[in-house]
Design a protein around this ligand. Structure first.
Ligand code: C5P
Length: 397
């Protein structure tokens, strides 16, 4: 996978910089080429000489070095890289990147780069959890950079927690997976519905629900990572659009249905939205006022269209249609009945009677199909998204 690939490795300041030396060896052993930029901070922990010796290439340190600029300008250094890895990425390096600064060679190169970038942060656990750092990380994620989460454990500073640079072998595996893993869903179009719907009562009120959209957004992200073209049809959420995903914002179930039908044809449809079952028959033109008589207005409801069922019975039916079901009782039996009723291929059923699911970071799913039931252990919503993506890859493969 690494043969003839150029990796640009940016080593910024941190006690963990020594792990980058081992990483250079692993990439070289796998047949890759490594160019290195050492920041001023990085130079405090590893020497340019050891980096040059291991990479068997010149090491770049200075933005205004005549020698470096004649040999290879910073733009070319960024452009020639198939992939860029910042490891360790200090809090300062991350802030420079998020702020778009170009005050040294590393930040200038990263700003001039059009290759994918992976960031491996390493710092004290309190620093890592500082909102300033976390905000910067969110910014980088939104811009499509891949963040390898730091590992947990004892730190050089004597504290314990999340912030350690992962071991060189783990960094290497992540680089391999992120940059060079095959994209099995290339050429496939996936439709994902996510979030709640808002059913209008009058110009200021609606019927909604607590769905955060996190599971659907995680699925959209995982499918995109696997190479699919993804259309995410989303009710109102506070989430950022996953990088490379086309997002269509809607409010009501009817809007969601027409956006979904317009997005066809698709190879895959995943309906994770919490669609309101009912919608008001009439939407008042102006705000409904309290009556002096104390009379309470009646809300007449009608059934909403079922998006999952419509897609699963559509003349342009996607090859794989997956729904979700939140149940408080008879989880399996209810989900099995839902598969038949809606004509979908799989239902991801979650038990919402006990632990919080809406807005939570993890999920406990039973995957149900006509063939049987598989219980997945409780895991992060990203983990569930990856399992669903793996299942799709297997089915379409
Ligand atoms: O029938 P129930 O609401 O439990 O079904 C849940 C599944 O059906 C979810 O996948 C949800 O996204 C989908 N659904 C839909 N349109 C509706 C109601 C549910 O797509 N009107």
């Amino acid at each position: 996978m690494f043969t003839d690939k150029n990796i640009l490795l940016v080593i910024s300041g941190g006690i963990a910089a020594y792990k980058s030396l081992a990483l250079i060896r692993l990439i070289k052993k796998a047949g890759g080429r490594v160019s290195c930029i050492l920041t001023k901070g990085g130079e405090q922990f590893v020497t340019p000489l050891s980096v040059a010796a291991l990479s068997e290439a010149p090491v770049y340190t200075d933005l205004f070095s005549l020698k470096d600029e004649t040999e290879m300008g910073h733009i070319r250094l960024a452009r020639e890289a198939d992939a860029i890895v910042v490891a360790p990425a200090s809090a300062n390096m991350i802030a420079r990147l998020a702020g778009g600064f170009a005050q040294d060679l590393a930040s200038t190169c990263l700003l001039a780069a059009d290759s994918p970038i992976m960031i491996a942060p390493a710092m004290n656990p309190v620093m890592w959890n500082n909102p300033a750092v976390q905000d910067n990380i969110s910014t980088l994620k939104r811009r499509g950079m891949h963040i390898m989460p730091p590992a947990s454990g004892d730190m050089a500073c004597g504290e314990t927690g999340e912030g350690r640079l992962p071991e060189a072998e783990d960094l290497f595996a992540e680089i391999e997976r992120f940059f060079f893993a095959p994209k099995p869903l290339n050429g496939k179009h996936a439709l994902v519905t996510a979030g709640p719907t808002y059913e209008p009562i009058d110009p200021v009120r609606f019927i909604g629900n607590h769905s955060s959209g996190k599971q659907g957004y995680a699925i959209a992200h995982a499918l995109r990572q696997a190479g699919a073209t993804v259309t995410l049809i989303s009710g109102p959420t506070a989430l950022q659009t996953p990088h490379g995903v086309k997002r269509i914002d809607i409010q009501s179930a009817e809007d969601m249905l027409s956006a979904a039908e317009s997005a066809l044809p698709a190879d895959i449809a995943i309906c994770s939205a919490a669609v309101a079952d009912w919608t008001p028959v009439h939407i008042a033109d102006s705000k409904i006022k309290k009556q002096a008589s104390g009379e309470i207005p009646a809300l007449n409801l009608r059934e909403n269209p079922d998006i999952l069922k419509t897609l699963a019975n559509h003349k342009k039916r996607p090859r794989i249609v997956i729904g979700f079901a939140a149940e408080t009782n008879d989880l399996i039996a209810n989900a099995q009945a839902k598969i038949k009723k809606k004509n979908c291929d799989y239902i991801c059923a979650n038990d919402v009677s006990g632990a919080q699911v809406f807005g939570a970071e993890d999920n406990h799913v039973h995957l149900i199909s006509a063939r049987g039931v598989t219980e997945w252990p409780r895991m992060s919503k990203d983990g569930v998204a990856q399992k669903i993506t793996d299942l799709i890859i297997e089915e379409l493969g």
